[in-house]
Design a protein around this ligand. Structure first.
Ligand SMILES: Cc1cc2nc3c(=O)[nH]c(=O)nc-3n(C[C@H](O)[C@H](O)[C@H](O)COP(=O)(O)OP(=O)(O)OC[C@H]3O[C@@H](n4cnc5c(N)ncnc54)[C@H](O)[C@@H]3O)c2cc1C
Length: 394
């Protein structure tokens, strides 16, 4: 049986999809995991792996090949994120941001010139991108953002602060979301538009954030814009309204629904191995009913998550995926992965709190994954609104 594949989900995959998974798995095992602990301890990301990730097609896997993407289907992309997150949520975040939150908006809302310039560079890993939406006081409700873009001659002047931005300090280009006047909608009315801000722009600083105990092997930054001027051609011309950044988040959340399975598998497999070999009282702890019940529950939730993700992927490729379905898969798969990580930590006893094993690292990471890209609560409210027709957000 291919790892924890209790319902033979492997049989539902094509040969190409399995090949992508195996290739990324090998890369993670051989090139990422040997230094994962050191990077987590130091709070650094192994940027030297960027060319390898690019060569594996991890940047823009579903972007058409004419723009430098890998042209893969959504299941292959999902399996890729699963394997990256089996390594570390920080590794998966690095690739998710580049693909879903930078290449996707440029592909979807960008001009032909922007696409031809940025997408091949981003796909080759020659440029790194970040996505600036969240602000210090606006996370779950990004529509309230304070960042503003004001027309100034043949460009825009940007002012505002973004916080919690993955890859911010190392990004060559930021997909930045700001409010601008929308004269067509009436005097004083504003809308949200996307802008490309290059790293060297005057009035743009990107300090690193410190003190994280989750997603430590990932760069997280603030973005500060103080009268930062950008040319008019940096506006993403087809962006408009809050739905534009939300469309990007739907793409990223799709990948996260798969990625969380990778973290859960790493924790489950570690706990199963440990339980088989750790003898307490008279036998290996795997032989005690209470421990078996925990392992079984982990496997049940992994199996359900695998089936959800697979079905979601097929719906996506058929063009039938709804964002509420993505909310359900992200909410369920991440919260269950977090529960699995906590249970695995418990099964490892005291050893579970050391980074000699990957479990506590995954457990701490999943706290972030449960919060970013829409908190568990926000996804619950999204599904609640979908089934009742009544919004309960405000
Ligand atoms: C490591 C890390 C990396 C990140 N990377 C990025 C990035 O690259 N780009 C980016 O733009 N953002 C990024 N984020 C930000 C992330 O998306 C936000 O943290 C997230 O949206 C939650 O916002 P918040 O932290 O302001 O929490 P809040 O919105 O303040 O929520 C706090 C709590 O209140 C709950 N809550 C909020 N509203 C309601 C409601 N109506 N009803 C019930 N409960 C509610 C929430 O569920 C949560 O439990 C990142 C965050 C982290 C931690």
């Amino acid at each position: 049986m291919a790892d924890a594949d209790y319902f033979a989900v492997d049989d539902l995959l094509t040969e190409d999809e399995r090949a992508v998974r195996e290739t990324v798995r090998r890369f993670v095992d051989e090139e990422y995991l040997p230094t994962a602990r050191e990077h987590f301890r130091a709070g650094t990301f192994p940027t030297e792996l960027t060319p390898r990730l690019a060569a594996l097609g991890c940047f823009g896997p579903t972007v058409p090949t004419e723009y430098g993407g890998a042209g893969l289907n959504s299941i292959a992309y999902g399996l890729m994120t699963q394997e990256l997150e089996r390594g570390d949520s920080g590794l998966r975040s690095f690739a998710s941001v580049q693909s879903s939150l930078v290449m996707y908006p440029i592909l979807t809302f960008g001009s032909e010139t922007q696409k031809r310039f940025w997408l091949p560079r981003l796909a080759r890993g020659e440029a790194i991108g970040c996505f600036g939406l969240t602000e210090p006081d606006f996370g779950s409700n990004p529509g309230g953002m304070l960042t503003r873009a004001r027309r100034d001659g043949d460009g825009f002047v940007l002012n505002g602060t973004k916080r919690w931005i993955t890859n911010g300090s190392i990004a060559d280009v930021t997909v930045l979301w700001a409010k601008v006047p929308d004269p067509e909608a009436g005097a004083g009315v504003e809308t949200i538009r996307g802008f490309l801000v290059e790293k060297e722009r005057a009035g743009f600083s990107r300090p690193l954030m410190h003190g994280k105990w989750s997603l430590r092997a990932s760069i997280t930054s603030e973005l500060i814009l103080e009268d930062c001027w950008i040319p008019a051609e940096n506006l993403l011309p087809k962006s408009g309204g809050l739905k534009s950044p939300l469309l990007c988040l739907t793409q990223a959340r799709y990948g996260i629904a798969w990625g969380a399975i990778g973290a859960a598998l790493a924790c489950y497999e570690c706990a199963l191995d440990y339980a088989r070999s750790r003898t307490v009282f008279s036998r290996p702890i795997a032989g005690y009913q209470l421990v078996q019940a925990k392992l079984v529950q982990m496997l049940v939730e992994i199996t359900k998550a695998q089936l959800l993700a697979w079905r979601l992927g097929r719906l996506k490729d058929e063009g039938r995926m709804r964002h509420e379905q993505v909310s359900l898969a992200k909410m369920n798969n991440v919260s269950q992965a977090l529960a699995i990580a906590r249970t695995a930590r418990d099964i490892l006893g005291a050893n579970g709190i050391t980074d000699e094993y990957p479990v506590i690292r995954h457990m701490m990471n999943l706290e972030t994954v449960n919060t970013y890209e829409g908190t568990e609560d926000i996804h619950r409210l999204t599904i609640g609104r979908d089934i009742t027709g009544l919004g309960a957000f405000e």
